[in-house]
Design a protein around this ligand. Structure first.
Ligand code: PEP
Ligand code: MN
Length: 379
């Protein structure tokens, strides 16, 4: 079955890849063979909602000795699959040589991976190789939570004339244990959108979730936040996949996942009131995230309280609290938050933590004082 082309000519503003919403991208983590690529393409095209076939050809693996992609040979497999189905093809490029090979093979769309975005040298080389080429480029967030690097990569591409730019939110490497492979940190795409309201941002739930059962929740959250589309990994038999087997979906389960999602109204650029509503939705989402984090923090504080009681350690530890307060003041300052606001906010958290650790017997804690005068309490 052939699918309507999705690229429409750009209304030429500074940013914008010119895709219709919601943009659905599906395909294997890695192209592994001609039949695998063709089968996924046929299944996705038959469903009709996916318009772009993704496949990794040169795979950035964390450690050597794993499957590093089929290389240039896979470009032919993709071409055969897109010719047969009408889907557009999309591959990751990390070097100028990748760019040349992809352009030669007639690949429709490029993406820059999360390990490449943080390297300004690599991004600049890719941007230079794309000078004078009119091809959409999607930029994944850097693997580390740094908005400046994400924006910088987009700017480097924009600087050499790449105009059809979009961003992909794929989550961030984070030291805390979370249920996700990469922490979603929704505030990053939200802040990127605030910087560039016309920039389309899509979500890659596969690399955020890292596990099939979390994909639906992540995808729905991205849509609720008004992101423009989804990129999901699809493999005919994920259990035999040569990369990212745990997070890939069969075409059938991918289709079922799409069926279960609620898509926001597609449409033209939101008018003023829609924009206001969109921003209010983002605020609601952030408030929910804050409440969730506070709940988790209080649970941990209670566990620490139990542990201290069991080991007969004092609940109040002034130096510990002073360190927390100073660190938060510094961190808040870097984020442009007012010191007295941080102090009041942390005081309120401190009071509640003490209440939880002492089973409701609230000891006197002075609020609004200098950090050095505070009673201490572990988080
Ligand atoms: C991928 O999309 O398969 C990939 C390698 O993603 P990321 O760059 O987000 O890790
Ligand atoms: Mn992958």
């Amino acid at each position: 079955m052939s699918v309507e082309p999705t690229l429409r000519p750009l209304p030429f503003h500074a940013w914008g890849a010119g895709f219709q919403r919601p943009l659905i991208i599906g395909g294997p983590c890695s192209a592994e063979g001609p039949e695998q690529v063709m089968q996924v393409a046929r299944d996705l095209a038959a469903d009709g909602r996916t318009t772009i076939l993704r496949a990794g050809i040169w795979k950035p693996r964390t450690r050597p000795g794993h499957f590093e992609g089929a290389g240039d040979a896979a470009l032919d497999w993709l071409r055969a699959a897109t010719t047969a189905t009408g889907l557009r093809s999309m591959v990751e490029v990390a070097t100028p040589a990748h760019v040349d090979a992809a352009l030669q093979a007639g690949i429709d769309i490029l993406w820059i991976g999360a390990r490449t975005t943080p390297n300004p040298f690599s991004v600049q080389e890719i941007a230079n190789a794309l000078q004078g080429v009119d091809i959409p480029v999607f930029v994944k967030n850097p693997i580390n939570p740094d908005l400046g690097l994400w924006i910088g990569a987009l700017e480097r591409l924009h600087g050499t004339g790449v105009r059809r730019l979009a961003a992909i939110h794929r989550g961030f490497s984070w030291f805390e244990r979370t249920p996700y492979r990469n922490s979603p940190m929704w505030e990053f795409p939200i802040r990127l959108k605030a910087h560039f309201p016309d920039l389309e941002i899509i979500c890659d739930p596969s690399h955020i979730a890292g596990a099939r059962d979390l994909l639906g929740g992540v995808a729905q959250q991205a849509l609720d936040l008004g992101l423009s589309g989804l990129m999901l990994e699809v493999h005919p038999s994920p259990e035999h996949a040569l990369s990212d087997g745990d997070q890939q979906l069969t075409p059938q389960s991918f289709i079922a996942l799409l069926d279960g999602l609620t898509f926001r109204q597609a449409g033209p650029t939101p008018a003023m009131e829609d924009r206001l509503q969109e921003l209010r939705d983002l605020i609601d989402q952030l408030d929910e995230d804050i409440a969730r984090k506070l709940g988790a923090r209080m649970d941990i504080a209670e566990r620490i309280g139990d542990h201290k009681r069991a080991n007969q350690v004092a609940i109040l530890q002034p130096e510990r609290w002073e360190r927390i307060m100073n660190r938060q003041l510094l961190f808040g300052q870097q984020l442009g938050l007012d010191g007295s606001f941080i102090r009041e906010f942390m005081d309120a958290i401190h009071r509640e933590s003490i209440r939880r650790q002492t089973d409701g017997e609230v000891p006197a804690v002075r609020s609004g004082t200098q950090p050095s005068t505070h009673s201490g309490l572990d988080r």
